[in-house]
Design a protein around this ligand. Structure first.
Ligand code: SF4
Ligand code: SF4
Length: 510
């Protein structure tokens, strides 16, 4: 049933990195205890600029939506337990600070009643999108795209295959590995549901070749599933970033997703294994997504392992559950070792996209030298899996040359960090590209706003000019009528006739 990848695509660039997964993958998934406070950032996973659906002091139940559903609001966020809203204020989050809804947990863990959804309704694409968004379903692999929107869009386009991504290529992370070892039947059931919802004929599970236990569990689950004939497994080499969506598709199919396009454009759809399990849980119970599995690891934590965590839990609680910090801890990273973000405090909450928390030691972080000028060695381009020229992008970011950045494919950068790691000049290339993307995006938003304002101004000018011309024409007609006695008396007669009709409708005017 499973095949090792041979003769398919080849990953351009990438790096062979030390896996460091064994420390967290050895123990089974444990449930993190109910925290004292649950914290939900607005505008992070919730997307856009959501409006809270709860007020200060309000009592909430588990599974209750915390933000309002509205146009353009991709996916709702729900309380993971019962309690009281004690703050709606800025709190630290991965990447800075954001307004958050804070719930003081009451310990009763009461939840809203619920029932499995009517699956017949999911045949309609807008309903599929809306129902899964209302259930808080978004990709758990890191990017956090709305699951319903992805499935609905792919259904419209028609698919050749669904790829279930369990190739956890970032060092340290093992949440998908443990998920498959322990809950493979749920992943398989969710995958079959995705096939049914999209009309896709087949699914391929993609695993890295160094996860034999997950592979065995998945093979058993497929054999015991309702439709093993449409499911297969492919193992890929353990090269970073083979689990990136575009890289994975190329590795498995040999085909390239166009730079400006999406996987469904060439007949493929990619979902994370955790997302498939989350879809199954929703279809089975009707409960929204309020939990995920998080790898808590690194040499700075006493007992690395994977935890089943309620969204909103501060990461300090996860570290406590894993036996606390070791004295050697030097930095806390939320996310993977390559794409994660260092955080200044452990009050940062777990969100849908938090797949890892790494308490790293100085030895694990390694020494990063002072950044110096680019020596044009070409190492970064050699290892870029997106086929970009990071050194040229670097020069364009220094000049803030948006046209050049666009031409060099800035937005095709997947922020994998390979170029940083190999750069002998220690230039923080990935961070530069992240900042440049944000700047280019904000400028585009500003340009669009200015364009809309200009269009509104022109429309108003046109309206005013038209009204002025109409008024002038009416005045001219009146002037002409005043000069022509016949027309003038006809106009007066008309005015009188209309007035009489309104004041005395029964009057005979013949
Ligand atoms: S790896 Fe660093 S020094 Fe070498 S070309 Fe790229 S940016 Fe320049
Ligand atoms: S961070 Fe971007 S530019 Fe650098 S190697 Fe990765 S994809 Fe290429």
């Amino acid at each position: 049933m499973s095949v090792a990848l041979e003769g398919h695509g080849r990953l351009a660039g990438g790096l062979l990195l030390p896996g460091r997964k064994a420390q967290s993958a050895a123990l089974p998934i444990a449930e993190a205890p109910l925290p004292v406070e649950l914290i939900y950032p607005l505008g992070a996973d919730a997307g856009g600029d959501p409006e809270p659906a709860v007020r200060m002091g309000e009592t909430v139940l588990g599974d209750q939506p915390l933000v309002r559903a509205r146009e353009g609001q991709p996916v709702l966020v729900h309380a993971a337990s019962s309690g009281r809203v004690v703050a709606i204020e800025p709190r630290p989050v991965a990447g800075g600070e954001a307004p958050c809804i804070v719930i003081a947990v009451d310990g009763r863990d009461e939840r809203l009643p619920c029932a499995p959804p009517d699956v017949a309704l999911l045949r309609d694409s807008p309903a599929l999108n809306a129902m899964l968004a209302a259930a808080g379903l978004a990709g758990l692999g890191g990017a956090g795209f709305a699951t319903g929107a992805k499935l609905a869009a792919a259904r419209q386009q028609g698919l050749r295959a669904l790829l279930i991504n369990a190739a956890e290529c970032e060092p340290y992370l093992s949440c998908d590995d443990r998920l498959l070892r322990e809950r493979a039947p749920e992943v398989v059931a969710g995958t079959l549901a995705m096939l049914a919802l999209t009309g896709c004929p087949a699914a391929v599970f993609v695993l890295e070749e160094d996860t034999p236990e997950a592979l065995a569990a998945l093979e058993t689950a497929i054999r015991q599933s309702s439709d093993p004939g449409v499911l297969s497994i492919v193992t890929v080499p353990t090269i970073y970033p083979s689990g990136g969506e575009r890289q994975l598709i190329t590795l498995v199919t040999g085909e390239q997703v166009p730079a400006e396009g999406y996987p469904p454009d060439i007949g493929y759809l990619c979902h994370n294994a955790g997302t498939a399990a989350a879809l199954f849980a929703y279809l089975d119970t009707g409960r929204p997504l309020t939990r995920r599995i998080v790898t808590v690891t690194g040499g700075g934590v006493a007992q690395p392992r994977n935890l089943d965590v309620r969204l909103g839990t501060p990461i300090a609680e996860l570290i406590r559950t894993c036996g606390g910090y070791r004295p050697e801890v030097a930095r806390l990273i939320v996310g993977g070792a390559m794409t994660g973000r260092a955080v200044a405090c452990d009050e940062v909450p777990v969100t849908r996209s938090t797949h890892g928390v790494i308490a790293a030691t100085a030895a694990e972080l390694g020494q990063r030298g002072e950044a110096v000028a680019c020596i044009r060695c070409g190492e970064c381009a050699e290892h870029c899996p997106a086929g970009l020229s990071p050194q040229l992008l670097h020069r364009a970011t220094q000049r803030q040359d948006d046209v050049a950045l666009d031409g060099l494919g800035l937005f095709a950068c997947i922020e994998c960090g390979c170029c940083d790691l190999v750069c002998p000049s220690h230039i923080p290339l990935t961070e530069q590209f992240r900042v440049a993307k944000r700047r280019v995006w904000l400028r585009a938003v500003d340009r669009e706003r200015a364009r809309l304002a200009e269009a509104r101004h022109l429309a108003r000018e046109r309206r005013l000019t038209r009204r002025l011309a109409e008024r002038e024409a009416a005045l001219e007609r009146r002037r002409r009528a005043a000069r022509d006695p016949a027309a003038s008396s006809a106009a007066i007669a008309d005015i009188l006739r209309r007035a009489r009709r309104e004041t005395d409708p029964g009057r005979d005017e013949s």
